[in-house]
Structure formats: C-alpha cells, structure tokens
Design a binder for this molecule. Structure first.
Ligand code: C2E
Ligand code: MG
Ligand code: MG
Length: 331
C-alpha cells in the first residue's frame, strides 16, 4: 500500500508551470479498495480516508479505516447539532474547587463546560471544543461560557474567584476584551475576581499581537493564568515577555512527581521559575494527599484536583466547602 501511495504522490513532485512560474502542488491521498465498501459508497470511503490523511503530520496518505469513519460521522453529527445546542441550553458549566495549600481554604473555582446532548448524553469538552473550533462556533460558545461563569461567580462570597478557559482560536478570532467587559458589567463581577486561563499555543501561534492583546486585557484588572504549563513546546523565552499572574502546572507532572525523582525535580524547578517571575503557582490534577504535601513543601500556592473535589454544580461545591470551613473552625 505504501509503495502504491508513494508512486502516485511522486507524480506530483514536479511543480506545475503557470505563465512561466513554477507552482508547487501539495497532494493528499485517500485510499479505499473495492472490498471496503459497495461500489456506490466507495467514493465516500475514499473521502473519509482523505479527511484522515489531512489530519496526519507524518505522511500525506491514509487508507480507509471503518473506526475512523465512525468517529468522523459522529464529529459531523456533533458539528451539525452544535448551533441548536447553544440555543436550546444544552451546554452547562461545572465548577472545580481551587484550594490554597497553607490555609486549606477554598479560593476559587475553574469553570468547565459540558454538553448534554439529547441522544449521546454527556460529552466532554476534549471532544467538542476542537469541533467547535473547526465549525466556527467556538467564539459564540466562549462568549456564553464567559457570561455564564461571571453570572455564577457574582453570587459567590467576594473572596472567591472564577477561572475561565479561553482557547487559542477564541483568543485570536473574538474580541475577548469586549466580551469580557460585557460579561463583567452585566453581572457586576469585579475584574479582579475573573481569571482567564490561556495555553502556550495562544502565544506560539500568534506571537506579538497576542501579547499586545493580553496586556490590554490585564490592564482591565483581570487575572491571567498560563494553563497546562510544561506540555507544549515549553520554550522558556516567551515567559519573560508575557503579562501573566499565575502558572498552572500540568497534571501529567503532578501525578508522577512522587516516585519519580526526575519529575519531582521538574516540578520543583517550575515552581522556582514561576516564583522568580513573580507568578503564583496552581497545581492541576492533585489526586493524592502525598502530592498535596509535597507541593506545599515546594511552596506551590494553590491546588486543584480530585483530592479536593471533582467538577460539580456550583451550589454543591459551595455547600461542601462551607461545611468544611465550619467543621475546621470547630476543631
Ligand atoms: P483544563 O483547563 O486543563 O482543565 C482540567 C481538566 O482536568 C478538566 O477536564 C478536569 O475535569 C480534569 N481534572 C481536574 N482534576 C483532575 C484530577 O485530579 N485527575 C484527573 N484525571 N483529571 C482532573 P475537562 O473538564 O474534561 O476539560 C478538559 C479540557 O477542556 C480543559 O483542560 C480545557 O482545556 C478544555 N475546556 C474545558 N472547559 C472549557 C471551556 O469552557 N472553554 C474552552 N475553550 N475549553 C474548555
Ligand atoms: Mg484550565
Ligand atoms: Mg489545565
């Protein structure tokens, strides 16, 4: 199969000449064989393989795979249903507590979106956010999330903040500052209680303009956190230029730090680097007590993870933590 694909691709290696100028051609190949589908459906099978090839980075061709085709069909269905989902209020937010290690107090929560699909049930953002990005609906969903999260947090005690995820594409395409100002002014939430979580890809993809945009945002008083730190390219050079307040250590480090001396040293170094840059540190994915203890010893300010609570409805989270507070006050 590989030889066959390469032989076809080789035919397109030479540039085509248009009015004397060489125009290079980029070719992707989707391969379906007669055994893969009935004659009428063969073209669809080849298109499915072509879609899969477009997503590959290591080679420009792919052959038909029924499992991939099922995944693609589900994606297309979700993409089609998404617009109605926003209108029909099928999206909702859950909130995961963020805890200050030294005091054990609840200091805020991260808003995490869910989609309650009428047929497929609960769908994770890891599945539908990429689809929303490619369908162009992400900015609408992001605006809704910002508004909903601020509405919720405005009713919370004043010492609690709310963190909202903003994906790289949303940051680039939408007027995030205008959306944020709208959400804050309509809900009455002070900007200092809103934290926007951005990922490294925001700056790596867009460079200088994204930093200018971020500076303007931060001047409004909103808190900016760098999410999933340590996962992407992790080039350190951009850190010096970014107007950040917090750094979130990715859960993949946190969960391996005890029992793996190298990872432990990386976590120690990240915390020290963040403090050197005057950033607060939030550890993500804290599941076990020994992880929390080690992080606290290393000077990490805040933690988030199943140890403290899974994402849940706001009222339930607030109730648990107020009960916890009154219990510890009695001890
Ligand atoms: P994230 O911002 O890094 O969020 C943390 C994810 O880790 C959440 O998954 C959370 O449920 C999970 N998590 C938290 N603590 C633990 C733990 O102790 N153990 C384990 N195994 N997992 C833990 P979730 O809710 O599925 O969200 C996944 C990602 O989807 C988020 O990663 C974020 O990048 C994106 N996302 C979620 N909500 C939104 C949103 O409203 N807008 C955008 N643009 N992206 C969102
Ligand atoms: Mg996040
Ligand atoms: Mg994260």
């Amino acid at each position: 199969m590989e030889d066959f694909a390469n032989a076809i691709l080789k035919l397109f290696e030479e540039p085509v000449y248009l009015h004397g100028s060489a125009v290079p051609i980029s070719v992707r190949l989707g391969i379906a064989r007669s055994g893969d589908a009935a004659a009428g459906a063969l073209l669809n099978a080849a298109e499915s393989a072509l879609d899969a090839a477009s997503a590959l980075s290591d080679r420009p061709w792919s052959s038909f795979d029924p499992t991939t085709a099922i995944r693609q069909a589900r994606s297309r269905r979700l993409e089609g249903d998404m617009r109605d989902a926003l209108r029909n209020r099928q999206f909702f937010l859950l909130f995961q507590p963020q805890i200050e290690f030294t005091s054990g107090r609840l200091v805020g929560a991260e808003a995490l979106i869910r989609w309650n699909h009428p047929e497929f049930g609960l769908i994770s953002p890891a599945e539908f956010i990429p689809i929303a990005e490619s369908s162009g609906l992400l900015c609408d969903i992001g605006r809704w999330t910002l508004f909903e999260a601020c509405t919720e947090a405005a009713a919370w005690p004043a010492e609690l903040s709310i963190a909202v995820n903003v994906s790289a594409l949303q940051f680039e395409r939408s007027d995030i500052e205008a959306d944020m100002r709208d959400a804050l002014s309509c809900t009455g939430l002070p900007s200092s209680r809103l934290c926007l979580e951005l990922t490294e890809s925001t700056f790596l993809n867009q460079g200088g303009p994204s930093i200018v945009k971020m500076r303007a945002l931060r001047e409004t008083g909103v808190v900016i956190a760098l999410d999933d730190f340590g996962t992407g390219y992790s080039s350190m050079s951009y850190l010096a230029d970014l107007p950040l307040d917090k750094l979130k250590i990715d859960q993949s480090f946190v969960r391996r730090m005890n029992g793996n001396p190298s990872i432990f040293e990386i976590v120690r170094a990240i915390i020290s680097l963040a403090h050197g840059l005057k950033l607060q540190v939030v550890a993500e994915g804290v599941e076990e007590e020994p992880e929390a203890e080690a992080l606290q010893r290393l000077g990490c300010e805040m933690g988030q993870g199943y140890l403290f609570g899974r994402p849940e409805e706001a009222l339930r989270m607030l109730f648990k933590w107020s009960v916890q507070k009154s219990l510890s006050a009695k001890v």
